[in-house]
Design a protein around this ligand. Structure first.
Ligand code: MN
Length: 291
């Protein structure tokens, strides 16, 4: 069988950060300045490690709507409290993954968790917007509060590290998250000099967010913490070698080849669906959530 190498297209530095509310200082790798083909991932906001001072009143972002996609929040440092108009709430601690399907419409708010806020300290998160295929855009809102301990892992030999399978499948280990389209999402924790070979379909859009440490991909391209490795479409196989103790997030998914019209917090297929989302929001059809 032919082995074809999945080649690195570029190693991107984090773009200048902006604040989301007063609680999230994010570097938007896409869809902002970088024109990356990452469908079904529509947006990647990376909150690089930042130190928030202690505060009585938690920082964050108040009630706001979403329709037509999913928000996925992964915590690395600090903690977040979530509430939404579907009645779901949860705390996201380091290692946890919150997978919220906005579907036909939801209001949610995201604040620093009370205890973390009172103490302050390092804060580091990933938030992804995962697009939904047209036939699922108006699905009932859904909430997967996935605890770190719920995520099954593949252990590398000789205690070289682990692959936590958030979604998809790796070496016989099933991912924990339910997804509406094919997605592979792994968190790799590697000891220095650990090396891992991966194989993902050629047509999947693929990238690596480096959370901690440093890696070398395909024995060639080096990427440091806070950089994003963006792959070409075409090949299947690639290797990741840890140059020091390392944490990376692998994102890979089958592209949703449908038109996209985005407007603020709404992600639909047609302009009239955006108009409908705005009308429905103004009529209170996304439910109620206090600030
Ligand atoms: Mn949101």
């Amino acid at each position: 069988m032919d082995i074809t190498i999945k080649k690195v297209a570029s190693v991107l530095n984090p773009p200048a950060p902006h604040m989301v509310g007063d609680g999230f200082r994010v570097h938007n790798f896409f869809p902002g300045g970088n024109k990356l083909k990452m469908s079904p991932f529509y947006l990647l906001d990376y909150n690089a490690k930042v130190n928030f001072s202690a505060r009585q009143q938690p920082r964050g972002v108040g009630a706001h709507p979403h329709r037509g996609f999913e928000t996925v929040t992964i915590a690395y440092q600090g903690a977040v409290a979530h509430h939404d108009s579907a009645g779901n709430s949860g705390l996201i601690f380091p290692g946890d993954v919150q997978w919220m399907t906005a579907g036909k419409g939801i209001l949610h708010k995201e604040y620093h968790e009370q205890e973390y806020s009172l103490k302050g300290g390092d804060f580091q998160m990933v938030q992804l917007w995962v697009n939904l295929p047209a036939k699922f855009k108006m699905t009932t809102p859904k909430y997967q509060g996935i605890k770190a301990s719920d995520i099954k892992q593949f252990r590398l030999p000789e205690d070289q590290g682990s692959v936590k399978v958030i979604a998809g499948h790796f070496n016989g280990v099933d991912g924990t998250a339910f997804t509406f389209s094919p997605i592979e999402m792994y968190e790799l924790r590697l000891k220095a000099e650990a090396r891992l070979s991966l194989s993902l379909p050629a047509h999947y859009n693929t990238g690596i967010m480096v959370i901690e440490g440093a890696i070398k991909v395909n024995d060639q391209e080096k990427a440091l913490a806070d950089q994003f490795v963006y792959f070409e479409n075409g090949g299947t196989d690639f290797s990741v070698e840890a140059l020091e103790e390392t944490v990376v997030l692998i994102l890979s998914g089958e592209p949703i080849n449908e038109p996209i019209v985005s407007y603020g917090p709404f992600l639909m297929n047609k302009p009239e669906e955006i108009q409908q989302a705005i009308a429905d929001y103004n009529e209170g059809k996304f439910g109620y959530l206090e600030e």
